[in-house]
Design a protein around this ligand. Sequence first.
Ligand SMILES: Cc1cc2nc3c(=O)[nH]c(=O)nc-3n(C[C@H](O)[C@H](O)[C@H](O)COP(=O)(O)OP(=O)(O)OC[C@H]3O[C@@H](n4cnc5c(N)ncnc54)[C@H](O)[C@@H]3O)c2cc1C
Length: 261
Amino acid sequence: MPTDRSDKYESVEIVERNDFGPDLWSIRVSHGQPFDFRPGQYATLGVEVDGKPLERPYSIVSSPEEAELEFFVELIPDGALTPYLYPLQVGDRLLMRKRPKGLFLKTGLAPDRTHLFLATVTGIAPFASILRQLQRLQQRGEVVPPKIVLVQGASFSHEFGYAQEMAQLSGEFPDFEYVPTVSRPWGDSGWEGEIGRAEDVLRKHADRSGIRPGRGMVYLCGHPGMISTGRAVMLRAGLRDEDILEEQYWPEGKAPNSASE
Ligand SMILES: Cc1cc2nc3c(=O)[nH]c(=O)nc-3n(C[C@H](O)[C@H](O)[C@H](O)COP(=O)(O)OP(=O)(O)OC[C@H]3O[C@@H](n4cnc5c(N)ncnc54)[C@H](O)[C@@H]3O)c2cc1C
């Protein structure tokens, strides 16, 4: 860090990187200072450009009990920050604000309800964090996870970076189902799973899993179009506003061509 920004930022080191496709990757960063967060919160990551921090929010994938922080990032070729983040490899460093932020998933998951998570690509991050935390709590016998269905939409199946982990959780949790769905199956030979955008298959999976007013919660994360349509679908199904929580990754109407459908 050429300028001393140590009051607000920590310089964190990338200790692991996994690439899932040409524009989608995850990183794990090690941090020297405590970073207490709840699943659903985000960290603010950045790099210094022209002597100033250029930063954006990124939902945390890891559970609060992991020593490192994990992030799942999509490259936006015309974006301001991600073209700087994309070349960074193990050993490189990033700026990270010292405090996490965000209120998504703040209240935790009520044990007596069914929870339907809906994500577009990197929008799986907060859900992965809460599932990893539940996995640890369950392993220690501290909770029985409630019924959860996770629907993740993407254009192509290579974008399901956490599919293997989610499949493993399906075998460990008493009632957890992972439903990846692709919107461009014609470009995905061999795909035999669900087809359609996440919001298009939402009602089917909500009905099937027993999401009803007062008995179910729906959580929407990622693409603003998915969120507005998904919310409208669930309001039409009778859910109340307070039964639908959302984390929108960018303002509606601003998606560039590379936005996943
Ligand atoms: C609370 C929160 C959590 C977030 N968590 C993540 C995360 O876990 N992983 C992640 O990759 N991004 C996440 N984002 C989005 C992230 O903060 C950046 O907006 C994104 O990385 C693009 O940054 P950029 O500077 O390269 O592009 P910008 O210059 O900021 O944006 C360029 C254009 O791309 C749009 N855009 C932003 N993100 C996407 C996207 N994923 N797909 C299509 N269009 C997009 C913007 O609205 C804008 O029109 C999150 C955003 C918020 C608000």
